[in-house]
Design a protein around this ligand. Structure first.
Ligand SMILES: Cc1cc2nc3c(=O)[nH]c(=O)nc-3n(C[C@H](O)[C@H](O)[C@H](O)COP(=O)(O)OP(=O)(O)OC[C@H]3O[C@@H](n4cnc5c(N)ncnc54)[C@H](O)[C@@H]3O)c2cc1C
Length: 300
């Protein structure tokens, strides 16, 4: 799509995945003139099945997005641009976004649904297996391991929580890898949950989910989990002056219960605006943000 020169939209939704599509759907159904700009780099692009979203369990996550997008674009007042927004700022009571080709979009309200990026631990062979045999969310991919053996690769103190949860999905070995050392109380908690602890450093991951240790030993697992650190997928919230909150995995955009940020007229939803996310939560947040943005258009 070409943007009309000087086009002014009621709402601009940046990010057209689960959160952005849910926000856009509410705005489209409220007959607002709306543009979604999406760079198409979803957080779960590494997986072939998505789990835990009602009515869509086990589906290809790209198909969920494709269906939602087709349904959104059936509304004539909704437009789509496949591109990256480089900059956004407030100007004279509206917002101006600069797209990667230099074109400008003006809108009365903005919804940020730009998601996060996972910073993975620098273990050889891990990044290639992310979303295939290495995961972060047991609710998303734990069940499919069929109660097999699970390795939890420590990244820091947050990994204790993962190691204590995962025994509900299989027999757990906590691979400390020099990143965490449980104290006596934590060791007792791990023992109570039947978790084995392995202190030898990891050399690399091989095969489907095999750990090779620096001493040459190998352990095969049905699947591996690790706690990624997250960072914003775009600098737009920062550019707009939105306040952030610190979560256990990294910073996220602060919003009120209506998903409005600290900057009036800027809404945020999905992974970018919560401590930990999922498709279902992104859709719920997006729905709230879309309704709130519409109400703000009406009532200021
Ligand atoms: C390996 C893995 C597996 C997962 N499996 C599951 C699962 O089975 N079930 C589940 O519920 N959740 C799962 N998740 C979590 C799920 O992916 C996220 O919670 C969900 O994608 C969040 O949706 P979102 O719309 O907030 O962000 P995303 O889906 O990450 O979408 C953000 C969108 O914004 C776009 N964007 C960012 N910046 C810009 C910009 N400047 N301009 C234009 N567009 C921009 C991106 O390109 C992207 O399209 C998984 C995550 C990972 C990493």
């Amino acid at each position: 799509m070409d943007i009309e020169p000087q086009a002014r939209y009621d709402a601009l939704v940046i990010g057209g995945s689960y959160a952005g599509l849910a926000a856009a759907l509410q705005l489209a159904r409220a007959r607002q003139k709306l543009l979604v700009i999406d760079a198409g780099v979803r957080r779960n692009r590494f997986v072939s099945t998505s789990h835990g979203f009602l009515g869509q369990d086990g589906r290809d996550p790209s198909q969920i997005v494709a269906d939602a997008r087709a349904q959104l674009l059936a509304y004539p007042n909704a437009q789509w641009l496949a591109a990256q927004v480089r900059k956004a700022h407030a100007n004279a009571g509206e917002f101006v976004a600069t797209v990667e080709d230099g074109s400008m979009v003006r809108a009365r309200k903005i919804v940020l649904a730009t998601g996060v990026i996972d910073e993975l631990p620098p273990v050889e062979g891990l990044a290639e297996r992310w979303g295939r045999s290495v995961f972060h969310c047991p609710y998303c991919h734990g069940y499919e391991l069929n109660q097999g053996s699970i390795g939890v690769i420590a990244t820091g103190p947050n990994s204790l929580h993962q190691a204590l949860m995962l025994p509900d999905w299989g027999q757990v070995t906590f691979l400390l890898n020099g990143k965490f050392e449980p104290d006596a109380e934590q060791s007792a908690e791990l023992a109570k949950r039947g978790v084995s602890v392995e202190r030898t450093k990891i050399a690399r991951l091989t095969d489907a989910a095999t750990i090779e240790f620096v001493d040459g030993r190998r352990l095969d697992f049905a699947g591996l989990f690790t706690a990624s650190q997250i960072r914003m997928a775009s600098p737009l919230a920062e550019q707009l002056g939105c306040a952030f909150e610190e979560g256990p995995m990294g910073a996220f955009i602060r919003t009120d219960a209506m998903k409005e940020t600290s900057v009036p007229g800027v809404f945020a939803c999905g992974d970018a605006a919560r401590a930990a996310g999922s498709v279902a939560l992104a859709v719920g947040d997006g729905t709230q943000a879309g309704v709130a943005a519409h109400r703000a258009l009406l009532f200021g």
